[in-house]
Design a protein around this ligand. Structure first.
Ligand SMILES: [Zn+2]
Length: 434
């Protein structure tokens, strides 16, 4: 299996991910997505949106603000629940609330603890020119609350009946004590969340539905089955408001870790917001003529850790011949940052002209690259390393019969295709049928 160091090195070498503010020595746990990283990240978000919003009649989108009225965090429990003195075990890395410990050591393994500090996971800042308590606002620690506080707005304007969901992709911020493992755990991260509102009593069946939907999404996009598993939370790990929670875990280099959580949050959030806001957040059920607060199922995925999983899963250091190796990313074409690269076989004017014509046409559809430098073999390898699924080469035969070769990244086999057939050929292989 690939190591995290190899992935970090590839990401830097090929422009996927850089350390934030690197010329100043960086900033702990902050990362910048480079030209290829941002394309890949956008692809992941678009494919999530497509599967969960575009193709579903029962889910609509939202983009709520990062800064919210601080009362939101009072209602959600984030203000009180995250303001504890915390310390980490230096041995097993478990985090403990110091005020609940009998002795100042790890209750699990007896290891030494880090220094305790008052810890609220939320980033605090000030709104407006005066930095006093009344001006305190927080960077959201999850996108979910922006959805809950808009429940009535969305339900009424979209005239949605239960069951229906609201989806959102956006940045969240958590002042983690121990971030790490590259982009797996960072203090600034991006979430893809759905709050799916259902009639109480139907929640368990919808929970199952979403677990299945979500794991299939990863399968469809090429994650190997043996690297994904479902893990149900034990009663002791459940958040106080959750009735059940299931994690989709991926086998990262540091072991099985959470890729996505799918929780049954019951009616906790809407009930809290109804209480703190004084607004009626109940739903009127036409069929039963009853008013009630819906239950909610929440599939909550991380964009950054999905991207990391896709990279790790796709990575191969492959021996081709006795002394011939290549690094290849077997990314699903829909996820790959660059869909195709166009090459003139040689740097000859008539080949270059034709290749550029093809390149300029493909640009309208996808992110593609043009490359005329170095041997054709070297150019293929450069693309293999960034996961470009198709290499299109213009050669002398092209000038005679308008055909090009299309090389498959994974099999390295080539087929001849008419220029007019390039777009349909690529389209068929890039499109995902969810
Ligand atoms: Zn310990």
């Amino acid at each position: 299996m690939v190591t995290m160091d190899e992935i970090v090195a590839l990401c830097k070498r090929r422009g996927f991910i850089f350390q934030s503010s690197e010329i100043y020595g960086g900033l702990n746990s902050c990362w910048d997505y480079g030209p290829l990283g941002v394309e890949m990240k956008n692809n992941i978000k678009r494919l999530w949106w497509k599967a969960n919003v575009q193709l579903r009649d029962d889910v609509v989108g939202l983009d709520s603000s990062i800064l919210m009225n601080p009362k939101v965090w009072e209602a959600s429990g984030h203000l009180s629940n995250f303001a504890d003195p915390m310390a980490d075990c230096k041995v097993c890395k478990k985090r403990w609330r110091v005020d609940q410990l009998q002795e100042y050591k790890c209750p699990e393994c007896g290891g030494e603890l880090t220094e305790a500090r008052m810890f609220n996971l939320m980033f605090k800042t000030f709104m407006g020119p005066v930095e006093d308590e009344s001006a305190v606002v927080y960077l959201r620690p999850e996108t979910a609350q922006g959805i809950f506080v808009n429940f009535i707005n969305v339900q009424q304007t979209m005239r949605k009946k239960l069951p229906f969901g609201i989806a959102q992709i956006g940045k969240s911020f958590r002042n983690e004590i121990t971030p790490g493992n590259f982009i797996f755990r960072t203090r600034e991260f991006e979430q893809m969340e759905i709050e799916y509102f259902v009639k109480p009593g139907t929640d368990e069946q919808w929970h199952k539905h979403w677990i299945e939907q979500r794991i299939n999404w990863y399968y469809k996009l090429g994650i190997k089955k043996e690297n994904l598993r479902i893990r149900e939370h034990g009663k002791d790990e459940l958040a106080h408001y959750a009735k059940a929670c299931v994690d989709i875990e991926y086998l990262f280099p540091m072991g099985w870790s959470e890729l996505e959580g799918i929780a049954n949050r019951t009616d906790f959030d809407l009930t809290q917001h109804q209480k703190y806001s004084g607004e009626n957040l109940t739903y009127f059920d036409d069929e039963t003529k009853q008013r009630y607060i819906p239950y909610v199922i929440e599939p909550s995925a991380g964009v950054d850790r999905s991207l990391l999983a896709f990279l790790i899963d796709a990575y191969e250091y492959q021996q081709i011949d006795k002394d011939d190796f290549r690094v290849v990313l077997h990314l699903h074409p829909a996820i790959a940052p660059v869909k195709a690269a166009v090459f003139p076989l040689m740097k000859k004017e008539e080949l270059v002209k034709k290749a550029k014509e093809i390149y300029n046409e493909l640009k309208y559809k996808w992110i593609v690259q043009y490359d005329e430098s170095g041997s054709i073999g070297k150019r293929y390898r450069r693309q293999d390393e960034i996961g470009t699924p198709f290499g299109i080469t213009v050669d002398y035969q092209t000038l005679e019969d308008e055909t090009v070769t299309i090389r498959d990244r994974d099999t390295m086999e080539q087929v001849r295709v008419h220029i007019k057939e390039i777009i349909p050929y690529l389209e068929e292989r890039i499109e995902v049928k969810f």
